[in-house]
Design a protein around this ligand. Structure first.
Ligand SMILES: Cc1cc2nc3c(=O)[nH]c(=O)nc-3n(C[C@H](O)[C@H](O)[C@H](O)COP(=O)(O)OP(=O)(O)OC[C@H]3O[C@@H](n4cnc5c(N)ncnc54)[C@H](O)[C@@H]3O)c2cc1C
Length: 475
């Protein structure tokens, strides 16, 4: 190990334990823990108030953890290059490490920072910390289109057999830089957040995961798609900001699977939960190897497909007032919490793309204003998948019927009534006729001026979309 310190630049990896980046930095010197709030980070935080509040809470918790180890975060409000080079000069650091980005813009910024450091004669170490399995580790198989996987099933076959690394404990890390001048920690107010809800740090994330693993994970196979059950982990924001490592989660779940005493249903649940985690890695590697997909469809045949940029029902979709209760409940959950149940996301996104025919990029931008998660690569992969232009190679897009989804996954209206005030007082019997209805929901159920009728007739809209789709792919 060299004598001088080495910078670790924190980003969306706000924890100390099982940290690939910190492990890499600490093998090169005592770690100078830097947080550079640069303009791109500021823009991402300003975009969504709950994201900013969550981030500030996680940064505060990280700083406290560092202080318990006799250190603290060195905060700079400056471009990444100026912040890293300035600190390196000030502290005599030999270089800097940070964890890789997976979206197009972030990858370009990583590259230009690396070049700037190398020009200055400093080491630049970019580490895969966010995925459980790094893109290059799973990319053994090359398709005709290039490296990496473009379909999830073969990816998962490989992913589930690959070893997952575990990194050193924070107790072994050495820090430096206590004497260096510091700016104050970021505060939600500087990102325009008036009344921030509490954020969470790594201790909160670890507790959340431990509770999920003990209480909910064994029923994941049954509950995950039922929005009223809250049967998923709710860990996506924590994974997004790295307050918990995907590796530690995957290893713990693999450990449960290896338990010879676990029963069949629990094993199925653990397998499905691992599959969800592998989806995350899948979309990260998809963007890593195909960064152009931020703006254009992965499927070449779908480039040039004409999506609408506007629609008479678009504002209603944005507001959670489409008249499709499951969709509206999801959007209102997003507005109030910064998170939407994963299955409801799929239905709400399908409604935008197929019932309204609106561009998936419009939906992605809209949700980006509300989500805590800050994962352009994962958002893009999912939106493209739902829109039928990305990694799902099914012949036709999977169009969800929002009415049928409601009957199947929220038959008693528990989830819907939790989020849609206008429907809260509607008695259960009022939902029953719809269980038999095969056609469009008719709204004797809803009083004038209250919950709106559907913005489109789903059957008509879906048929018309499919016609357009067919004509485009096989004219
Ligand atoms: C249209 C659409 C947009 C989405 N946008 C985002 C986004 O911007 N950021 C984001 O992190 N997730 C996104 N997702 C994926 C998923 O819905 C969220 O990660 C969701 O919050 C998972 O909830 P959970 O943590 O309770 O999931 P769990 O079921 O408990 O899953 C555990 C973890 O696996 C990962 N995971 C599960 N499903 C997926 C998936 N389909 N893709 C990638 N990772 C997955 C998540 O990290 C999740 O925390 C999107 C899904 C859809 C359909």
């Amino acid at each position: 190990m060299a004598d001088g310190p080495f910078i670790y630049r924190f980003g969306k990896d706000l924890r100390l334990d099982d940290h690939a980046g910190l492990a890499a930095a600490s093998s090169r010197g005592a770690v100078l823990p830097l947080l550079a709030v640069d303009p791109p980070m500021e823009a991402r935080l300003r975009a969504s108030p709950r994201r900013a509040a969550f981030f500030c809470g996680a940064v505060r918790a990280l700083d406290e953890e560092l202080r318990e180890r006799g250190s603290r975060l060195i905060v700079r409000r400056a471009g990444a290059e100026a912040a890293v080079l300035g600190l390196a000069r000030e502290a005599g650091a030999a270089g800097a490490a940070w964890s890789a980005s997976y979206d197009d813009a972030g990858m370009r910024r990583d590259e230009s920072l690396r070049e700037a450091l190398e020009r200055a004669g400093l080491q630049a170490v970019v580490v895969h910390d966010s995925p459980a399995v790094a893109p290059e580790e799973s990319a053994g198989a090359r398709s005709a289109e290039g490296p990496g996987y473009r379909a999830f099933s073969p990816y998962f076959e490989v992913w589930r057999e690959l070893p997952i690394a575990s990194h050193e404990s924070p107790l072994l890390l050495r820090f430096a830089g206590e004497e260096i001048d510091n700016e104050g920690l970021p505060h939600p107010a500087e990102f325009g957040v008036g009344d921030p809800p509490g954020g969470g740090g790594s201790a909160v994330a670890r507790r959340l995961f431990a509770t999920f693993l003990r209480e909910r994970a064994p029923q994941y196979a049954i509950d995950a798609n039922v929005p009223a059950e809250d049967g998923t982990s709710g860990l996506s924001a924590h994974l997004s900001f790295g307050t918990i490592s995907a590796r530690s989660i995957a290893l713990a779940v693999r450990g449960r699977l290896a338990d010879p005493f676990s029963i069949g249903e629990q094993r199925l649940s653990m397998r499905l939960f691992l599959r969800a985690l592998a989806h995350r890695d899948f979309f990260l590697q998809l963007s890593w190897f195909n960064p152009q997909t931020h703006d254009e469809p992965l499927q070449g045949k779908m480039r040039g497909f004409r999506w609408e940029r506007s629609h008479a029902g678009l504002d209603a979709w944005r507001a959670g007032a489409t008249g499709f209760p499951l969709v509206d409940a999801g959007i209102r959950q997003l507005h109030r919490t910064g998170w939407m149940h994963p299955h409801v996301r799929a239905v709400a996104a399908s409604t935008l793309c197929f019932d309204l025919g609106v561009d998936w990029r419009v939906g992605r931008a809209e949700w980006d204003r509300w989500l805590i998660e800050d994962d352009p690569a994962i958002a893009t992969g999912n939106w493209q998948w739902i829109a039928g232009v990305g990694a799902d190679m099914a012949q036709y897009p999977r169009i969800y019927n929002p009415e049928r989804q409601l009957r199947r996954y929220d038959p008693a209206g528990l989830y819907v009534r939790r989020w849609i005030d206008e429907l809260r007082g509607v008695p259960l019997e009022a939902w029953q006729p719809r269980a038999k209805s095969t056609g469009q929901l008719r709204l004797a159920l809803f009083a004038e001026g209250e919950y709106p009728p559907p913005v489109v007739d789903h059957a008509v809209a879906a048929r018309s979309f499919l016609r357009r789709y067919r004509e485009f792919v096989s004219p």
